[in-house]
Design a protein around this ligand. Structure first.
Ligand code: NAD
Length: 305
């Protein structure tokens, strides 16, 4: 049996850790807010009081944390706290499944290598539902032998697991994923406001659009939430804003122009600046409605006249 230390039990990490328990792994988890550790214990895992305690004696350590500084703090240490990397036996595998900067992923792999610890970057796509159903797409950067060794663990979390290249490559592919998802979501939001303004039944429109070239996983999974005005995360605007920052910085480093991507990054940032950082990224709809004077309040005020 492989012992797994799991650090970060939020929207994604919670169900992922529970799936590893279901698959027969021995899972010890830690999260900054303890209620989430309790949920893992109820699912059959063990709880730890610190990241270091969760990682102690593990064969594989998984991190599923919000952003680059969080992963660096946990793995490399922060102030008085030792980093997890310093506590691991040589040969241990660390799989960072958070979405972070590709350059940080590369430096964490190098920091691991200097201690004999093997690090993979393995960000995911598929959202909360994909985490619950263990159907995530997992894009893995790092050494091929380490990927092969970690594969049984990754297979318990996802359906499409692909080794995409050397350290950092997983995060680069994830950045491209976030570019496509952000751009598509914005256009789905615009299409829904456009259809509504023309008095078309939007739910029927989405059904037919889904069967043609405009069909996509984003349309299938996110248009119903937009129509229900359900903006509960899911994937928070704050996190997508972070990801589009990664995309624009990495594009700039490579000398690549992303005209539409840069605009979407600005729109996501504007949504966050208006106080919507904790909503699901489907809240892009609110901003399109606002730009067109078609928020529910504006519409009822108009209809009342
Ligand atoms: P989340 O905020 O729900 O979960 C992160 C968890 O980490 C929280 O429970 C938080 O308490 C914990 N945490 C933060 N710092 C910690 C620390 N130092 N030690 C221990 N725990 C700590 O976020 P999420 O939605 O689960 O996303 C996690 C990562 O996965 C992010 O990088 C995100 O971009 C990525 N991601 C999210 C989704 C999604 O749909 N939610 C999809 C794909 C990828």
């Amino acid at each position: 049996m492989t012992a797994i230390g799991f650090i970060g039990l939020g929207v994604m990490g919670g169900p992922m850790a529970a799936n590893l328990v279901k698959a027969g792994f021995e899972v010890t988890g830690f999260n900054r807010s303890p209620a989430k550790v309790q949920r893992l214990v109820e699912a059959g895992g063990r709880g730890a009081a610190s990241a270091a305690a969760a990682a102690e004696g593990a064969d594989v350590v998984i991190t599923m944390l919000p952003d680059s500084p969080d992963v660096e703090a946990v793995l490399l240490g922060d102030g008085d706290d030792d980093g997890v990397l310093d506590r691991l036996a040589p040969g241990t595998i660390v799989v960072d499944m958070s979405t972070i900067r590709p350059d940080v992923a590369r430096s964490l792999t190098a920091a691991g290598a200097s201690r004999g610890v093997r690090v993979l970057d393995a960000p995911v796509s598929g959202g909360e539902q994909g985490a619950v159903d263990a159907t995530l797409s997992i894009m893995v950067g790092g050494d091929a032998e380490t990927f092969a060794a970690a594969r049984p663990v990754l297979d318990a979390l996802g359906r499409t697991v692909v080794h995409v290249g050397p350290p950092g490559a997983g995060q680069t592919v994830k950045a491209a994923n976030q570019l496509i998802v952000g751009g598509t979501l914005q256009l789905v939001a615009e299409a829904l406001v456009f259809l509504d303004a023309h008095g078309v039944d939007r739910s029927r429109a989405v059904d037919v659009l889904a069967g043609g070239l405009a069909g996509s996983a984003v349309l299938d999974r996110k248009a119903p939430d937009m129509l229900d005005r359900n903006f509960q995360p899911g994937f928070r605007v704050d996190l997508h804003h972070k990801d589009l920052g990664i995309v624009t910085a990495a594009a700039r480093d490579a000398g690549v122009a992303l005209p539409a991507g840069s605009l979407v990054a600005t729109l996501m940032g504007a949504l966050r600046a208006q106080g919507h950082g904790d909503l699901d990224h489907t809240a892009l709809l609110l901003q399109v409605e606002q730009l067109s004077g078609r928020s529910p309040a504006e519409r009822s005020a108009r209809d009342g006249k």
